[in-house]
Design a protein around this ligand. Structure first.
Ligand code: DX5
Ligand code: ZN
Length: 216
């Protein structure tokens, strides 16, 4: 499988969201990455269901919803109703992660688990066979446009080794600071999905930048 590219809507122009969603529809992007922040789990608030429903109505590609919120189980059904195809919870926000993952799958969504930069990959050992995606945070979650953390490459390699050893089908997604300088090394290290916010939306030609991120 060639790698996927998921532009992060967080960096879109909210004064004209429709235009940016249509740009992604018309581009080579594979998914929409949608960041939900509650101001508690992370020091920022993004947007909630009214905006997500607009994205759902306009988007013609799967919605990859990344929850940076406390008590994410409480909202799983609501995110299913709002069109999430993949729903990703943070390991650091879940006490009973195994149950949370089963719940997401029972609701008919793909289950993702995100890990913060300080969280070691080995904590996923006993859940990796059950999940569809691991979102490796390559910045501290909360904001777009931050600097990529170099230790991420080591984490990708350990994770890939674990996925193969455990016979897991989980995709490795990299979220934060992905740009045109580091994306090839990320893919060659084992990344399957690249999230890109600032790199796409600060570009003078976002559609071309998405295409560039697809080239290997
Ligand atoms: C960060 C979010 C990211 C963010 C990535 O907390 O989870 O998805 O939008 O933005 P860039 O690509 O600008 O680092
Ligand atoms: Zn994200």
């Amino acid at each position: 499988m060639s790698h996927l590219v998921a532009p992060s809507v967080l960096s879109a122009n909210f004064a004209n969201l429709q235009q940016d969603i249509e740009m992604i529809n018309a581009s080579k992007a594979d998914w929409f990455h949608v960041d939900i922040m509650d101001g508690v789990f992370v020091p920022n608030i993004s947007f909630g269901f009214p905006v997500l429903k607009v994205i759902q109505q306009l988007a013609k590609k799967p919605l990859d919803v990344h929850l940076m919120i406390v008590d994410p189980d409480r909202y799983a059904q609501a995110f299913k109703d709002a069109g999430a195809n993949t729903l990703t919870f943070h390991l650091e926000a879940c006490t009973h992660l195994h149950r949370s993952v089963q719940n997401i799958k029972n609701l008919g969504m793909k289950a993702g688990v995100a890990i913060n930069p300080h969280t070691p990959v080995h904590l996923l050992e006993d859940i990796i066979a059950d999940i569809d995606l691991v979102c490796v945070m390559s910045v501290n979650p909360g904001f777009g446009g931050q600097k990529f953390i170099e230790n991420t490459y080591t984490k990708i390699k350990s994770l890939k080794e674990m996925i193969l050893r455990r016979g897991s089908k989980a995709l490795i997604e990299i979220d934060g600071g992905v740009d045109l300088q580091n994306y090839k090394k990320l893919v060659s290290s084992g990344a399957d999905v690249l999230v890109a916010g600032n790199t796409v939306f600060s570009s003078s030609d976002p559609k071309q930048t998405i295409l560039d991120l697809k080239q290997i």
